[in-house]
Design a protein around this ligand. Structure first.
Ligand SMILES: Nc1ncnc2c1ncn2[C@@H]1O[C@H](COP(=O)(O)OP(=O)(O)OP(=O)(O)O)[C@@H](O)[C@H]1O
Length: 353
């Protein structure tokens, strides 16, 4: 539940509770997202990390209600927003996916940037007109003001000569500039939440660093909250205040970014950390995680990571589904070994592999 007043939860602007997004396929029910809880705080970045197939993208698509028709979204997606001077809470999970309510939120209060900017823009209209259109839809009916806002936003995202860029077509821009234009479009309606789904994966390293820096700067200056989705822990370290580690449609560890990098408790998070050179200790052997994320259909009972976990215990980890437990303040872990080994303090598990 999102609480409205006086209870310390006021900075939470989006709360996802027990989100389940299941695809009905001919072969059976595919549980892409299976009981995800998340909290997005005002002006903060929540990083969501996990391997391919862990359910990161379907989670963000579920929040915006843009999942394919073969999938159903259940659970709560509670957005706290100001409307006509009052705070109200709306549940996006209850909205009609094509209805006016969610359409006004998409691109209004919540907007999204993703890997391929060409998908965000139509090739036959100038980027300026497309940004203006979004502003006219969500913010103002005044064309002159919309144009000024569009040019101003292009300037804010670091586009040189924004008046000229305004009149250019997407194919006339470089990859990095297109990414900036997409960020401008996403920010033009002053969203309270920006969802960034692997926005820099397709860019070369230098441009990637610039775009990440830009998102961080904008978050600071505009105060937008960010949900940043990536498989790259290096990017997570740079971008996040809090981190949710996803595996097989579930959050397996959830904590602030420092606790994640210096005190990860879930064997999956630890394995992820040991698989990247910049975080693993110098001279330590780099491990890649053997195997792949299983296909989320007809899964056996127990921990989803059981088949790949080096510490898995037969008869314990493969018996019941494992709950996400708060092992210390603000640090949640879905692992029976962490719970049973360290009921009164979690220090002993740090760094263990
Ligand atoms: N349109 C779809 N129809 C059927 N299954 C889907 C569809 N989209 C995603 N899935 C399945 O849902 C699960 C989660 O996918 P999702 O794309 O959210 O993972 P991800 O963590 O974002 O991975 P990636 O980084 O590769 O995008 C996967 O098993 C995937 O095969």
């Amino acid at each position: 539940m999102v609480h409205e007043q006086g209870n310390g939860h006021d900075d939470v602007i989006l709360e996802v509770n027990n989100l389940r997004t299941y695809f009905r396929l001919d072969e059976g029910l595919l549980k892409a997202v299976d009981g995800v809880d998340l909290k997005i705080k005002a002006g903060k970045t929540l990083g969501i990390v996990g391997e391919s197939g862990s359910g990161k993208s379907v989670t963000s698509q579920s929040i915006l209600r843009i999942v394919p028709k073969t999938a159903a979204v259940e659970g709560e997606i509670k957005l706290r927003r100001r409307k006509q001077g009052k705070t109200e809470i709306v549940d996006l999970a209850r909205m009609e996916p094509e209805g006016a309510d969610i359409r006004s939120i998409r691109g209004g209060e919540i907007s999204m940037i993703f890997q391929e900017p060409m998908k965000a823009f139509s090739p036959i209209h100038t980027i300026g007109n497309q940004i203006m259109e979004a502003i006219l839809l969500h913010r103002t009916k005044d064309k002159e003001e919309a144009k000024r806002t569009a040019i101003d936003t292009l300037r804010k995202v670091g586009m040189s000569n924004p008046e000229q860029r305004f009149g250019e077509y997407p194919h006339q821009l470089s990859g990095g500039m297109r990414q900036r234009a997409m960020i401008a479009m996403a920010l033009s309606c002053s969203p309270s939440i920006l969802i960034a789904d692997e926005p820099t994966t397709a860019l070369d390293v230098t441009v990637q660093a610039q775009v990440l820096q830009l998102i961080n700067d904008l978050k600071r200056t505009i105060g937008t909250s960010v949900i940043f989705i990536t498989h790259d822990l290096g990017v997570i370290a740079e971008m996040s205040d809090e981190v949710a580690v996803m595996y097989l449609g579930k959050v397996v560890e959830y904590t602030d970014v420092d606790s994640l990098f210096y005190g990860a408790l879930h064997p999956y998070t630890q394995a992820l950390l040991h698989s990247i050179p910049s975080v693993a200790k110098r001279n330590a052997r780099l491990d890649s995680i053997e195997g792949t994320v299983p296909y989320p259909m007809n899964l056996p009972k127990g921990c989803g990571f059981y088949s790949r976990c080096k510490r898995a215990q037969d008869g314990l980890c493969n018996r019941e589904d494992v709950p996400l437990v708060e092992v210390k303040k603000g640090h949640y872990v879905r692992c029976l070994l962490v719970e049973t080994k360290a009921p009164a303090g979690v220090g002993g598990l740090h760094g263990e592999q």
